[in-house]
Design a protein around this ligand. Structure first.
Ligand code: DC
Length: 224
């Protein structure tokens, strides 16, 4: 963790899929009176923009994805940022199956990553943010004052995801299927999902969300 008090206050929260990054980042941001930015949401919005082209993903060149990206923007709200596509809210569209199935393809494109990173950095220059993603503490904000790496056991991540989606505990079979899907996503995203050397690791398997949030808020407050 870098303790340079001259750098803008950026808190990065990275980790694999379903490690609880976004919900934790949202609660941390609320406590610190900062804004939450979900960088995965930007990759999803770019994917949704390109999907509207209607042609098969095999034909998606990096340039055509970059062209689509120019239609994506972020609308600042009181506590977070809403994704906009062609000036309209696209939150529901980016959480659908079509986008979820193709976003890893888009996130692998180096120029798209550079475009997303520039948007995230520009946002951090204008607002104090708690940003979650995969490489926020490594590629995007190597000098962030506080970097958190969240991990949780695969079965626990699968369980939380089903609880969130279905509002009940999973069956043994559902749990196994969800864990396998999460592991497949981890494999696809592995290259860009790495902890910073100076990140604080928090294993959330056995602790409550309130406990995680308190730990992160406590560390961040000590740095203000
Ligand atoms: O966290 P998520 O499921 O919304 O992320 C969507 C996709 O974007 C996923 O394939 C990982 C990728 N991603 C990334 O490569 N780098 C980030 N900083 C955030 C997300």
């Amino acid at each position: 963790m870098s303790a340079d008090s001259r750098s803008p206050l950026v808190v990065t929260i990275d980790g694999p899929a379903a490690s609880g990054k976004s919900s934790t980042a949202q609660m941390v941001a609320a406590r610190l009176r900062m804004r939450h930015l979900d960088s995965g949401m930007i990759y999803r919005s770019v994917t949704a923009a390109r999907l509207r082209g209607g042609d098969a993903p095999e034909h998606w060149t990096e340039q055509s994805v970059l062209d689509a990206a120019t239609r994506v923007s972020l609308a600042p709200g009181a506590t977070s940022f809403a994704p906009r596509l062609d000036g309209e809210d696209c939150e529901a569209e980016i959480r659908g199956e079509a986008v979820t199935g193709l976003v890893s393809l888009v996130a692998k494109m180096p120029h798209v990553r550079a475009w997303v990173n520039a948007l995230v950095r520009a946002t951090a220059a204008a607002y104090e943010i708690v940003v979650d993603g995969r490489d926020m503490g490594t590629a995007v904000f190597p000098d962030a004052r506080l970097k958190v790496w969240l991990v949780a056991a695969p079965d626990e991540r699968a369980r939380r995801r089903i609880l969130q989606r279905m509002g009940r505990e999973p069956t043994v079979r559902e749990l196994a299927a969800e864990a396998a899907e999460l592991e497949a996503r981890d494999r696809k995203d592995r290259e860009q999902t790495q902890p910073a050397a100076d990140a604080v690791w928090i294993d959330t398997t056995g602790i409550t969300q309130v406990e995680q949030v308190e730990r992160i808020v406590g560390m961040a407050e000590g740095m203000r």
